[in-house]
Design a protein around this ligand. Structure first.
Ligand SMILES: [Zn+2]
Ligand SMILES: [Zn+2]
Length: 233
């Protein structure tokens, strides 16, 4: 076990089946209830209201990028706890041990419940309130459902990224690209500079932080086989 992984365990304790199930079930149930409630509150949704999914997806992509790039990778005063918590994830899964090995390891991948609580209360609800005032109930509910769906998809793709290379789920179109993208982000020499999106890396492309090659040879052992061949040969 790497020194970094041992340090991550020292900081938050060994992951457990109970902790893993708690994180996973809380995330799935919270998001499913949020999406279901929002859909139930929609009435006679028009085509233009459905189209609000697109800007909402882009805002979610920017927020995901911004939170990951800055508070989760920079020491920003009152938000320093986010950096500390995220470094546990990066130390647990570094360029040498990028994949989950046991069921308990998923506890170190799926974000803990308080992240979802904070995101819902401090970001999603206030923005949904603004959407309600500007465009009405349907758009506000579409906003909530899209954000919850985005969060759930983000967690799912993050899990897929940390599953050992070559797994069946990586045959789903686009999943291996995201796995490779995230693997490079886990290289300690790249993590503060590149590949901050978890889903489609739109904001990474926009801000010029998308990389398809890592600098570290160990990280490339988990990355795309073609890159591995090119760099290691
Ligand atoms: Zn990760
Ligand atoms: Zn990170």
């Amino acid at each position: 076990m790497s020194i970094r992984r041992q340090r991550a365990i020292r900081e938050v304790g060994e992951p457990s089946i109970r902790g893993c199930l708690y994180n996973v079930l809380y995330t799935v149930i919270f998001c499913a209830v949020g999406i279901g409630a929002a859909i139930l509150l929609m009435r006679d949704v028009t085509t233009s209201e459905w189209l609000s999914i697109l800007p909402t997806f882009l805002v979610a992509n920017l927020v995901e990028y911004g939170i990951h790039r800055w508070p989760m990778h920079r020491n920003i005063g009152p938000m320093a706890f986010m950096l500390k918590l995220h470094m546990v994830h990066h130390n647990y899964f570094d360029e040498n041990e990028f994949s989950v090995a046991t069921f308990e390891d998923y506890e170190m991948v799926v974000f803990p419940p308080f992240v979802l609580n904070m995101l819902s209360l401090a970001v999603t609800l206030p923005l949904a309130g603004i959407a309600y005032l500007v465009a009405g109930m349907n758009v506000a509910m579409i906003f909530i459902a899209t954000v919850m769906g985005y969060y759930l998809l983000m967690q799912l793709l993050h899990v897929f990224a940390h599953i050992p290379k070559g797994h069946l789920v990586h045959r789903i179109p686009g999943v291996d690209y995201i796995r490779n993208h995230h693997c490079i982000h886990h290289d300690h020499s790249e993590m503060a500079n590149a590949n901050f999106n978890f889903i489609i890396p739109i904001s990474d492309w926009l801000f010029g932080t998308s990389r398809t090659e890592g600098r570290n040879r160990s990280a490339l052992a988990h990355a795309d086989p073609k890159l591995e061949r090119d760099v290691l040969s």
